[in-house]
Design a binder for this molecule. Structure first.
Ligand code: AHR
Length: 538
């Protein structure tokens, strides 16, 4: 069945704009072939070729691409972030210290809240004031459980301050009113002597918060009101009018965009409301070969299911490219950002847990999928200016799982930690000329890559080997620089289903990677099967 076939050049980032460029790349790739040809017979695996244009960086990889999302869903907010001030679990004003510390380590840049589908059922005034007098509600979307409203606006913004990250609030369009949305923004951000600002002061917060990102609705084509794009665009125009900038606060207004491939939605909303928005969202969840009813197990799977996730994850590339093409057409100046504000893997819930709580484990397979997603966002950072993985704790592709006072970090957390070197760095275009990872009748490119140069000139390259069985040799040429010093980190495990548990919390964790060599300006890397590697090149 294996594996390598004659390569075909894949240009995902740099379009072939002229014949000169095309010839240059052929010459470079050819020179790598020549340099590596002598050793080809001795290699166990064929060589993939990578060209990194270290002198062609133009766009910044916004740190917000490494953003997160937390909904009132299952045990994300309650038990995940919030344990309450009286809990024996160490906390600061009710917020778990261990999760704050772990998320600060990955330099969480932005946190989206309170949903998700919950956002369009949330009435913020029920979540302020003395906790004992806040009314309870039923979380009708997620498990019909009681929502005490103990965690509300003040608690969320305290959490963001403890994390040192920006707040991204999702407002209620589906079941809320314009007045309610206007009041919320005024309550949080106004320094005036006004009813809402004075209510905030009465609730213990004198100075307004600075709120940077505000979403006008969530999935309004579905759980957020089952609207048509025309109807939503009209509502967006109306609601956003009252999302005011108070007291010097400047809000980035985010319109609800499509879920996966719904190009009619994004086109219509952009055409009708584009000039009144700063960003538009995109949601994209992936799974194996299952469907929404049977998505497959997070931990019990074979190569067929591994392959299916790799293939489905790679759909992020055409999805971004097609949406960006529409945006470029309607907004040629590139004023509107694309926020992929929900993304990740979605599996069947862990056996015995509430199906409405979306609690899933997280294996090496999720980590490789995450590496591919982040590479795709990095490479499309011209438009993708924020992304928020779903969801931070105990829900879907989480960073952290908790059980009472215990907390573990998932393989996905480790990818975010390894990739943080890309935050606010300059994206470097790459040309990849690689073999396939082939499974039965299907195939996908065996490796996926992104690269950046940080402010001090250090180059970072993140590479995923999608093949769960075969290592991959990569011959890389860095155009525009002469590498002198290389170091690396690796995330892999013996088994593709490897994951961390409360008994074995470190089954999957990063290690030092040094399976590379530098000669004649060619950096040859030997990636283990099913791995994520981040290289630092000076
Ligand atoms: O993240 C879980 C749910 O997925 C969100 O609430 C919703 O926006 C999406 O459908």
């Amino acid at each position: 069945m294996k594996r390598f076939k004659t390569e075909k050049l894949i240009f995902r980032i740099v379009p072939i704009q002229n014949i000169f460029f095309f010839l240059t790349v052929i010459l470079i790739v050819d020179s790598i072939s020549t340099l590596t040809a002598g050793s080809a017979e001795r290699q166990e695996t064929p060589t993939n070729r990578l060209v990194i244009h270290t002198d062609k960086g133009k766009y910044t990889i916004s740190r917000n691409i490494y953003g997160h999302f937390s909904e009132h869903l299952g045990r994300c907010v309650y038990e995940g972030f919030w344990v309450g001030e009286d809990s024996p679990i160490p906390n600061t004003r009710g917020i778990r210290k261990d999760v704050v510390e772990a998320l600060r380590k990955i330099q969480i840049p932005v946190l989206r809240w309170p949903g998700g589908c919950f956002a369009d059922e949330y009435h913020w005034k029920e979540g302020i004031g003395p906790r004992e007098s806040r009314p309870a509600m039923v979380n009708t979307h997620w498990g019909m459980v009681k929502e005490t409203n103990a965690f509300g606006t003040h608690e969320f913004l305290d959490l963001c301050e403890q994390l040192g990250c920006e707040a991204y609030i999702a407002g209620n369009v589906g079941s809320g009113t314009v007045e309610e949305m206007q009041d919320w923004v005024e309550y949080m951000t106004s320094d005036a002597d006004s009813e809402m600002a004075n209510l905030r002061r009465a609730n213990g917060r004198d100075k307004p918060w600075r709120i940077r990102y505000f979403g006008v609705g969530n999935e309004n084509w579905g759980c957020g009101g089952s609207m048509t794009p025309e109807y939503y665009a009209d509502l967006y125009n109306r609601f956003q009018t009252y999302v005011r900038n108070y007291s010097g606060n400047r809000i980035v207004k985010v319109a609800c965009g499509p879920g996966s491939e719904n190009y009619h939605w994004i086109r219509t909303v952009l055409e009708r409301a584009g000039r009144r928005m700063d960003a538009i969202s995109l949601h994209h969840y992936v799974r194996g070969s299952g469907n929404w009813t049977r998505k497959g197990s997070a931990t019990k799977f074979d190569e067929k299911e591994w392959f299916a996730l790799m293939k489905n994850t790679l759909t992020i590339y055409p999805l971004l490219e097609n949406n960006i093409e529409i945006m470029d057409e309607i907004d040629p100046r590139g004023r509107i950002d694309l926020f992929v504000d929900e993304w990740g893997t979605w599996w069947d819930v862990e056996p015995g847990t509430n199906p409405g709580f979306l609690y899933q484990q997280n294996t090496l397979r999720d980590a490789v999928s995450c590496g591919i997603f982040l590479n795709a966002f990095n490479r499309h950072c011209r438009r993708v200016r924020m992304a928020n993985i779903a969801q931070t704790i105990n829900v879907l592709q989480a960073m952290i799982l908790t059980k009472d006072e215990k907390m573990i970090l998932t393989p996905t957390y480790h990818v975010f930690e390894m990739y943080k070197v890309h935050h606010d760095a300059t994206m470097l275009p790459v040309d990849i000329d690689c073999g396939d990872y082939q499974y039965v009748e299907g195939k996908v490119p065996a490796i996926d890559v992104s690269a950046s140069k940080d402010k001090s000139g250090i180059i970072h390259v993140s590479i995923c080997n999608l093949d769960p069985l075969e290592p991959a040799n990569v011959a890389s040429k860095l155009l525009g620089t002469k590498p002198v010093n290389v170091s690396g980190r690796l995330l892999t495990a013996d088994d593709m289903t490897a994951h961390n548990t409360f008994n074995k919390p470190e089954a999957v964790k990063p290690s030092v990677f040094n399976d590379f060599s530098l000669s004649d300006d060619i950096l040859t890397i030997k990636l283990p099967a099913k791995s994520v590697v981040v290289l630092e090149i000076r």
